[in-house]
Design a protein. Structure first.
Length: 739
């Protein structure tokens, strides 16, 4: 029986291998196929006794990763071979040196890069994932293909996560949304980005994910028919103009529908552009732009465009290399539809990112957006004095940021992330110009350094040799390049002042008969509630710690020992201990329990999402404030679960009836006579609900209200929301996370 199974499995492995060669994006030579075959044999041999959690042979995983690398990312034989062997060094006795002997230095270097990422030492004081990620980025200095193979590995892991325990699924999915999806986006891999985001949502918010999936299925027929109607109209005109094209319908990803529902506070049905049409045309390089605008004029002959939503990434491509024309038009039945226009070359770059760049770049002299970005990244990594989590946060901002295009005084175009300021612009030209910036002019007008720039602005920087950055500058900039440079300059100054401060402190303590040593420094840091000894020396250096405060410290130090003995004598043995361990919340209340054993622990409810009984929640162990409880869909949940998975603890409510919690409701509607009266009546008539505060306003017939209510649990709140929705004129009631 087992023999037959093994035989069947071997056939399946052989079939997958053939498929890998067949779907490769690059044309493989006989030499390439030989290299891939050899890598395949090494991987099969190395993993022969291993099985995955689901029970299937382990080798299916490296082949699946290699297939993603070959067809969706489009790497050549070297990348495919490295993907096949990406776990060999980590899981078996084969070394990087062995791979170099068997293959070539390039393949060995890629496998080593992938192994390095996996073998990060555990350090519980920093976020494992952020540190892991920083190490992964360091491999970019060697070869960007390491990251591309790592993305394929992550995608396949996400696709085969069903047999894992739930807490692991949430951790891995949070990491994916936090880091890997933005990275795929930045490398121009839009297909992989969408798949990672959808799978991330499937495991972080399964109920929401399944709800959207089922609604998409329900409306699929109508949507197909709708897209078909528009396609038929456009086909006729495009054929008349003899354009060589294909039209594809493209449903919006589940994750982006969810993001829109959250950002605009709308339901599934209210998300307008749930689908788009893509027109992909054939063209020689010379006519590419001309044909795109020709298609634009055909589309707008039939359907009225929204001028504010025209996106022209053909004239100014995104820094990811993405080129396309996006037109939003008013389709039949009064629905907005996005139509994307791109040539076959642009389409390939959008699907394959980096690999297609390479294919089309031949001989191009201008630095591509990706190269510019990689150079910036290397600069950030070399400056990485910040802790890993800050680094990742900064990095993410520059990964995902939408772009604006601004001009230098000479008319050169510069791309910056949306939200960048005039001071960011100064640092983007050159960090030395940034440091010396005295003022900025936007469109000829003198403006503050923190002025947010808009696309099309022309920016001029005024410098001065005597200018120096101040700590306020960190609030004026958003790009990590500017932040890193400002921090470096400030740190140099801080260190100089701190050195002088240390000498001064030694002298002052000597007068108080205290010899400075490591223990005394630690006591001083705690006494002044600072974080590091550098902070202490710096404050002494700038004179913000006065002599009297040091005298207080010396007095406290000499009293500590006496007090210690006094307390020891005063404490009666049992009663005090009992008081300490009494639960803070009486057992009648709705009670949160933690961990698999449902322990009752002290906790605080976090103010970023105001959880109430009945909400799905988790506990987060903070450094200074004990356990903080967050809702599972809290805006910070993904970041916490990705960066600090080891500090997350399971939490759930045990139902009771006494305690009360705060919830904030945002209410909108049509401002009709008596609406306010009706609203307050409904809230007060609801049993077990008290109004804490209420603010209502009307503006040109639109009613806006924010009501803070005190409720006992989620069920009562849901009932209240349903009752408010029934009031005539009320349009929407949503629960807000924060004041």
């Amino acid at each position: 029986m087992v023999e037959i199974d093994i035989e069947k499995e071997n056939k399946a492995i052989a079939k997958e291998y053939k498929e890998l060669l067949r779907i490769s994006y690059q044309t493989l030579s006989a030499e390439d196929k030989k290299l891939i075959r050899k890598a395949f044999d090494v991987a099969v041999d190395a993993h022969q006794d291993q099985r995955r959690k689901s029970g299937e042979a382990y080798i299916f995983h490296p082949i699946a990763v290699a297939k993603i690398v070959a067809s969706e990312i489009g790497l050549g034989a070297t990348g495919i071979a490295a993907a096949l062997m990406h776990d060999v060094v980590e899981d078996t006795d084969v070394t990087v040196a062995d791979i170099e002997k068997m293959f070539n230095p390039k393949v060995a270097q890629l496998v080593e890069g992938l192994t390095k990422i996996s073998q990060v030492q555990k350090d519980l004081n920093v976020s494992m994932q952020a540190e892991n990620f920083r190490k992964m980025l360091l491999t970019l200095n060697d070869d960007v293909r390491v990251i591309l193979i790592k993305l394929a590995d992550r995608l396949h892991n996400m696709q085969t996560m069903d047999s894992m325990p739930e807490h692991k699924q949430v951790k891995i999915a949070s990491e994916t949304l936090y880091i890997y999806a933005p990275l795929a986006h930045r490398l121009g891999l839009y297909n992989i980005k969408s798949k990672l985001e959808d799978l991330g949502l499937k495991y972080t918010e399964p109920a929401v994910y399944n709800d959207i999936v089922s609604k998409i299925k329900e409306t699929k027929e109508q949507q197909d028919a709708y897209i078909n109607d528009i396609s038929e109209v456009l086909k006729k005109s495009l054929d008349e103009e003899s354009v060589d094209y294909v039209i594809k319908g493209r449903p919006k990803s589940i994750y982006s529908i969810r993001r829109k529902m959250k950002a605009q506070n709308v339901s599934f049905d209210e998300v307008y552009d749930k689908f788009a049409l893509r027109i992909v045309y054939k063209s020689n390089p010379h006519d590419e732009k001309f044909i795109a605008w020709k298609i634009y004029s055909i589309v707008t002959d039939h359907y009225r465009p929204s001028p504010s939503r025209l996106r022209d990434w053909i004239s100014s491509p995104k820094s990811t290399g993405y080129e396309a024309l996006h037109i939003t038009v008013m389709g039949p039945k009064g629905r907005w539809v996005e139509i994307q226009v791109r040539s076959e070359r642009m389409d390939e770059i959008a699907e394959k990112g980096y690999a297609a760049h390479y294919k089309y770049k031949q001989g191009a002299t201008e630095e591509s957006g990706l190269d510019v970005w990689l150079n910036l990244l290397k600069e950030a990594l070399e400056n990485a004095e910040t802790n890993a989590v800050d680094f990742v946060e900064d990095f993410k901002m520059n990964l995902y940021a939408k772009e604006i295009f601004v001009f230098t005084p000479k008319g050169e175009i510069k791309s910056l992330p949306k939200g960048a300021t005039s001071l960011d612009f100064a640092f983007s030209i050159h960090s030395e110009i940034g440091v010396k910036t005295r003022g900025t002019r936007v469109n000829g007008k003198l403006v503050p350094l923190n002025t947010e720039l808009k696309s099309g602005d022309q920016v001029e920087i005024i410098t001065s040799q005597n200018q120096k950055p101040t700590s306020h500058w960190l609030d004026y900039v958003t790009t990590s390049r500017a932040k890193n440079k400002i921090k470096n300059v400030l740190n140099e100054d801080t260190k100089k002042i701190a050195e002088e401060g240390k000498e001064l402190l030694t002298r002052k303590l000597k007068q108080l008969k205290i010899t400075i040593n490591e223990q005394v420094i630690n006591e001083l840091v705690n006494f002044f509630k600072l974080k590091t000894s550098l902070d202490l020396f710096y404050r002494v250096g700038i004179g913000s710690i006065e002599n009297q405060q040091l005298k207080d410290f010396a007095a406290q130090k000499s009293n500590t020992l006496i007090n210690f003995f006094k307390n020891k004598i005063k404490r009666s043995p049992n009663t005090a201990d009992e008081d300490i361990h009494k639960p803070v919340i009486s057992s009648n209340y709705d009670m949160l329990v933690f961990g698999a054993d449902q322990d009752r622990l002290d906790y605080k409810l976090s103010t970023c999402c105001n959880p109430i009984p009945g909400d799905e929640v988790f506990g987060f162990v903070t450094i200074n404030e004990g356990i903080k409880v967050h809702k599972k869909d809290c805006p910070n949940a993904i970041s916490l679960q990705s960066n600090y998975a080891y500090r997350i603890i399971l939490a759930k409510w045990i139902d009771s009836t006494q305690q009360e919690f705060k919830a904030i409701l945002h209410i909108t509607g049509m401002d009709t006579l008596g609406l306010t009266n009706e609203l307050t009546k409904v809230i007060s008539n609801n049993m077990h609900v008290n109004i804490q505060s209420i603010s209502l306003s009307g503006d040109a017939g639109i009613f806006n209200g924010q009501v803070t209510v005190i409720v006992q649990n989620n069920i009562i709140l849901k009932k209240l929301i349903d009752n408010i929705k029934k009031i005539d004129g009320i349009d929407k009631v949503t629960r807000v996370n924060k004041n």
